[in-house]
Design a protein around this ligand. Structure first.
Ligand SMILES: [Zn+2]
Length: 233
């Protein structure tokens, strides 16, 4: 069976939200459960896959450095199985909903449904698959994406850079963060656990240069003219 049945996660979104976001303290322990233990090394591995999605799908320094990886941690005893990657592709597409998380839901739906692919799921099976999957994103989801994650019913939602850090770096944000969206989503089953601040030390610099001409460019990029945007070398 592709997605083996899981006991319902004991962790509730309310419990996750209760940890708040007072600091960059790691909160991995909030996701521990009896059936699956995913250690920090594995979490960081998959966050690096979300970062790599930017390189693979856009460039080493996309302006909107929002990359995503969707992983099945439940299908094996190993580090997990990658289902799909995605990145924010609004600049290429013009579709304003194609944030990294929405793009990932779209891409994974295609992968899961593909009659020539490894899964070949029906629409009903696809709808049921999300509750076994974990979504990794380089930055905290906006309300649109947080809502989509909750409607999908992902098992876990893991982010790196916080919305507070994005705002401090000059990124316009809606004044409701994903933790608040999750807190208000209690009627929607199943619950989705939140894991915050995973590998933010590697993702924060991906968002620091766009609105600060003095900030260094990500590796593999430079400012050809002082004060201009970072671009690939
Ligand atoms: Zn979004």
């Amino acid at each position: 069976m592709l997605f083996r049945a899981l006991a319902v996660l004991a962790v509730t979104t309310a419990a996750a939200a209760a940890h708040g976001h007072d600091s960059h303290a790691h909160e991995q322990s909030i996701l521990a459960n009896d059936e699956i233990t995913v250690n920090l090394d594995v979490r960081e591995h998959w966050m690096r896959v979300a970062i790599q999605a930017l390189y693979d799908l856009v460039s080493p320094c996309p302006f909107s450095a929002f990359g995503t990886a969707v992983v099945n941690h439940t299908s094996s005893t190993g580090p997990g199985e990658l289902i799909c990657i995605a990145a924010n592709t609004i600049a290429d597409d013009g579709n304003p909903t194609l944030h990294g998380e929405i793009a990932a839901i779209n891409n994974c739906t295609t992968v899961l449904r593909d009659s020539d692919g490894p899964f070949k799921l029906s629409p009903e099976e696809t709808s049921q698959a999300w509750k076994h999957l974990s979504l990794y994103t380089t930055a905290e989801a906006c309300p649109m994406c947080a809502t989509a994650i909750r409607w999908a019913g992902f098992k876990e939602y893991v982010y790196a850079t916080s919305s507070e850090t994005l705002m401090e770096s000059g990124w316009p944000q809606m004044s409701i963060n994903s933790r608040e969206v999750f807190r208000r989503s209690g009627m929607v089953e199943p619950s989705t656990a939140i894991l915050t601040d995973v590998l933010y030390g590697e993702t924060d610099p991906l968002f620091s240069w766009q609105f600060d001409s003095r900030a260094p460019c990500p590796a593999g990029c430079s400012r050809r003219v002082q004060g201009e945007a970072c671009s690939p070398l």
